[in-house]
Design a protein around this ligand. Structure first.
Ligand code: COI
Length: 358
């Protein structure tokens, strides 16, 4: 879909007078530390969305009684825009993120953002901040849409006021090296009937303490297992996860305890399109240990918007670490990355029309 296809939905647009773009070192982009010039803000009040505004990225003022601070109604998304070979800018599957955002909103009793308004906001932001989209390999403009309850009220019920915002950050790689993951068999990320499939801020808060413990034990991230038995693998840190066992790409299936990742789904579709066998199913810790011992666990990697395709070098269980073979011998993860990058950076085939020019 092209930018001209969108009618202007009546946002107020106040471009900055002086861009901060020249202050940015695009050769050394840390993840999530640099923010582009503009942000989008739209409030929900009196039962409806009010007029949105694009203005300078900057602080906001709120009541200490703002409900999201107390009862956690806060959700977010992560998506990316990519510089194309002809210098233009494209979004990768924005519709999938918008749908997941509204899924999260429903689960957290928050109002949905109309898809066309969301898309128009992205387009308006990218029109103004297209100079912030980096062009170096493995870099992108990370887009962070989010919504939180803003009503000042003490008492547990859904807020009657919300704020929907978008800001963007030029980013490089999220993980700069392969990650060591601890197989978590005590703490739980999500249980059936909970909020694990929503991109709710609280899910990340609950992961911090176990992750800090894992870090103190020499790991970078946690491989989460199911809440009731801790025998089945679910997610890895802030990513979905995939393995190569006996030459097959094996991906833990999604459920109400697993975030349905856009990168995960895209990787599966692209690999199937390339004729690579992909199994989406229950994957147990024991199966991974057995395969590691037999030498048939040849690759393990995270899949996520921020992290893209992130190799895992070690799986840690109590008393024993299982090291994956050297990355140079891997074939599937590099193929996933190449295919995804081909679509996203406009350098390869886009069999499903996921690269959306703006
Ligand atoms: C993403 O991959 O976009 C995420 O949401 C991870 C984030 C928590 C950095």
């Amino acid at each position: 879909m092209l930018m001209e296809d969108y009618t202007t939905l009546g946002f107020d647009i106040s471009p900055v007078h002086t861009s901060r773009l020249n202050d940015v070192d695009f050769d050394n982009l840390a993840f999530g530390k640099v923010f582009s010039d503009h942000m989008f803000v739209m409030d929900f009040a009196d039962g409806k969305w009010q007029r949105g505004e694009v203005s300078a990225f900057g602080p906001m003022t709120f009541s200490p009684a703002m409900m999201s601070l107390h009862y956690g109604q806060a959700i977010f998304e992560g998506m990316k825009a990519f510089r194309q070979p002809d210098g233009s800018v494209s979004l990768f599957r924005p519709g999938a993120n918008i749908k997941r955002f509204n899924f999260s909103a429903r689960r957290m009793s928050m109002p949905e953002v109309p898809e066309d308004v969301f898309m128009q906001a992205l387009v308006e932001m990218l029109k103004l901040d297209q100079g912030w989209v980096p062009s170096k390999a493995d870099s992108a403009l990370y887009i962070r849409p989010f919504m939180f309850a803003t009503e000042a009220h003490v008492g547990v019920r859904p807020s009657q006021r919300y704020r929907f915002c978008i800001f963007t950050c030029p980013v490089g790689a999220y993980y700069t090296k392969a990650v060591r993951v601890k197989v978590e068999q005590h703490f739980t990320r999500a249980a059936h009937g909970g909020t694990g499939a929503a991109k709710a801020a609280g899910n990340y808060a609950g992961s911090l303490y176990p992750t800090e413990l894992a870090k103190s034990e020499g790991y970078d991230q946690i491989l989460w297992t199911d809440a009731s038995t801790h025998t089945a693998v679910e997610e890895c840190g802030t990513m979905n996860v995939a393995f190569v066992i006996d030459g097959k790409m094996v991906v833990p299936k999604t459920s109400d305890t697993v975030l349905s990742g856009v990168t995960r789904a895209s990787a599966i579709h692209l690999m199937q399109h390339e004729g690579i066998d992909v199994e989406e199913r229950r994957v147990t810790v024991q199966e991974l240990v057995d395969a590691a011992e037999a030498g048939s666990l040849t690759e393990a990697f995270g899949l996520g918007t921020a992290a893209t395709v992130s190799p895992i070098c070690t799986l840690g269980l109590p008393g024993k670490d299982w090291d994956l073979p050297d990355f140079a011998t891997w074939t599937v993860a590099p193929t996933v990355k190449k295919s995804l990058d081909g679509v996203r950076y406009g350098t390869g085939e886009d069999p499903f029309g996921w690269n959306i020019p703006v």
